[in-house]
Design a protein around this ligand. Structure first.
Ligand SMILES: Cc1cc2nc3c(=O)[nH]c(=O)nc-3n(C[C@H](O)[C@H](O)[C@H](O)COP(=O)(O)O)c2cc1C
Length: 558
């Protein structure tokens, strides 16, 4: 056997993933490897552009779209908008656009509908669209340019190729794609950056799904699409267009359709935009003048999680609660418009340490995190696997609930397993006042404000909100069942949970913040998780925000 062949034979992607996850844990006594300081001279440009590609500006949608927030979740109640320049514009506005500029002294920075670890925005968005009046008279591959709220036409597709691509899908369907520029996160966070890129993809997948919901559209992740195929369709593998510019890692492809019957396939057989007659245009910009440091483990884990991802999964959800079971209390107050929640979403930078929320508000925020029996709850209808992310909660200020540790297992079949995995002394008492379908369990009473902050890298806001939480992933079983590539999907699911919480906090009139920074094993210790099979994947805090009045807020556009 040649050396290359033997190397191939001994290459075990799951081992690479496990090693990466272990070495990128934060510990009290040492953080995962990073530069340790901010090298401002090489700070990456958050805006990718393709110089030379036609730029189609999207008309900025008029503010004040009246759709109520609760209707985002009521699938089938919003009449599907026809595909037009205006609807595509609203879609990207809600999914990936800028929502504000902030200024402090001489420094300005932008914020977007999709949040991002460190506001570094590694995620790039693409769409493969049919001919649309005033957008383009041929089907084409576009890159979304958030600063300009515009689409860059990367390639024009022949009608035959487009027809082949969307043949199995309903009239009015199109594709969206996401990629990651690892360097944007690695610049600041070093080796742990791959995790953050994946969280950000999860948040963006949720914002895409939510934006589609506002237009009455459905969105599903497509399975069976290899990374090579995504690269080829979106032009990410084109050496001639990238040169020295930072490359983008293909992440996912999703189908957007005005309606989705069970007969519509959730996979693509063969995707490529390359080959006969496709004319590519545009050259990617270089994001940093140089890279002062490289993090090879990111390339290694990226490679180990390519290929087998998005295997076709069909899982039964008949044991999940129904919508009515989850909505024991009126689920939505109906006070906010979808647009206000989506475009007004912000991360809290500080919490007031005093705001308490009612039990009804608490339950209302948790209910949309649980997929329903009919598998029709948004955004969980976008992904085919049963929940693999469960919540360990630190409840600080929920009126009438004892402060302490709680659990929200998001899959009913995992309750008994989690009982066995966590501390034997935990009480696992159903919270009697919560809706019958909400699987919220009281574990242990106690003031855990300091504890929550400590395990969240000492970030005080984890203790100063109404509650915070750790997302516990069913880690080893997921990798064994779906393959090493599913490592990414676990972060995506965590990011989606986070995005729902972000919007729910807006609706409740408070705020939340995602934490990629937490001490991994100390979190496991809190819940008594000794098995490496279950791992903490993300943290969140929710509570009464304190605005930073030193900052000036400027409009996103114009
Ligand atoms: C994956 C992820 C990890 C994050 N980690 C932290 C964190 O550890 N601490 C923190 O204060 N904010 C954290 N944030 C919040 C970001 O800093 C915030 O999203 C970003 O500054 C953009 O602001 P916005 O959410 O208001 O748009 C995180 C956000 C994401 C999406």
């Amino acid at each position: 056997m040649s050396a290359k062949a033997s190397e191939r034979e001994s290459y075990v992607p799951e081992a690479v993933v496990l090693a990466y996850h272990e070495r990128t844990k934060h510990y009290f006594q040492r953080f995962a490897a990073s530069l340790g300081y901010m090298d401002w001279a090489t700070q990456p440009d958050p805006f990718r552009r393709y110089a030379g590609a036609d730029l189609v500006r999207l008309p900025l949608p008029k503010a004040g779209h009246p759709l109520p927030y609760w209707q985002l979740y009521a699938i089938g109640t919003v009449r599907p908008e026809p595909l037009s320049l205006e609807s595509v514009s609203l879609f990207f506005r809600y999914a990936l656009s800028l929502t504000a500029w902030k200024r402090f002294h001489e420094t300005t920075w932008s914020l977007r509908a999709n949040p991002s670890s460190g506001n570094l925005h590694p995620t790039e968005g693409y769409a493969v669209l049919p001919a649309i009046e005033r957008l383009g008279d041929r089907p084409a591959v576009y890159h979304y340019a958030p600063r300009a709220h515009a689409l860059e036409r990367r390639a024009v597709l022949g009608t035959k190729r487009w027809t082949e691509l969307v043949a199995p899908f309903p009239e009015g369907s199109f594709l969206v794609g996401l990629s990651s520029v690892h360097w944007r996160e690695a610049w600041k966070y070093g080796e742990r950056a791959f995790r953050y890129c994946q969280h950000d993809v999860g948040h963006a997948l949720a914002t895409l799904r939510i934006a589609a919901a506002a237009l009455g559209w459905r969105l599903v992740l497509l399975a069976g699409v290899s990374d090579g195929a995504i690269s080829s369709l979106l032009g990410l593998g084109r050496d001639e267009d990238f040169g020295e510019a930072e490359r983008e890692e293909p992440e996912l492809l999703a189908l957007i359709a005005p309606e989705l019957s069970s007969r519509v396939p959730r996979y693509l057989n063969e995707v490529t935009a390359d080959g006969g007659g496709v004319l590519w245009q545009g050259r990617a910009n270089t994001l940093s003048p140089e890279h002062c440091v490289e993090w090879p483990v990111i390339d290694e884990v990226a490679r180990a999680t390519r290929g087998s991802r998005n295997v076709s999964i069909t899982e039964d959800c008949s044991s999940f609660p129904t919508e009515e079971d989850l909505a024991g209390t009126p689920v939505h107050q109906g006070l906010l418009s979808a647009e206000k929640a989506i475009l007004g979403r912000r991360s809290a930078v500080a919490m007031d340490g005093s705001t308490a929320i009612s039990q009804a508000a608490f339950f209302r925020m948790l209910a949309p995190l649980i997929p329903t029996q009919e598998r029709r709850s948004m955004p969980w209808d976008a992904i085919p696997w049963r929940p693999r992310i469960h919540l360990g909660l630190f409840v600080h200020r929920v009126a009438g609930l004892s402060p302490g540790l709680y659990a929200l297992p998001r899959d009913p079949d995992k309750v008994e397993i989690l009982k066995g995995v966590m501390r034997p002394e935990f009480r696992w008492q159903r919270v009697p006042t919560c809706p019958p379908g909400l699987p919220l369990y009281f574990l242990q009473e106690g003031d855990c404000r300091a504890l929550a902050a400590t395990v969240s890298c000492g970030q005080d806001i984890a203790g100063e909100g109404a509650f915070s939480l750790g997302m516990i992933a069913d880690y080893r079983d997921s990798l064994t069942r779906y393959g090493a590539a599913f490592y990414r999907n676990l972060f995506w699911e965590a990011g989606m949970v986070g995005q729902v919480l972000y919007l729910e906090a807006e609706e409740a009139g408070i705020r939340s913040t995602g934490f990629g920074c937490y001490f991994d094993d100390p979190v496991h210790e809190v819940f008594g998780i000794a098995s490496r099979g279950w791992q903490s994947f993300y943290h969140f805090t929710v509570g009464g925000p304190v605005e930073d009045v030193r900052l000036t807020t400027l409009p996103a556009y114009g």
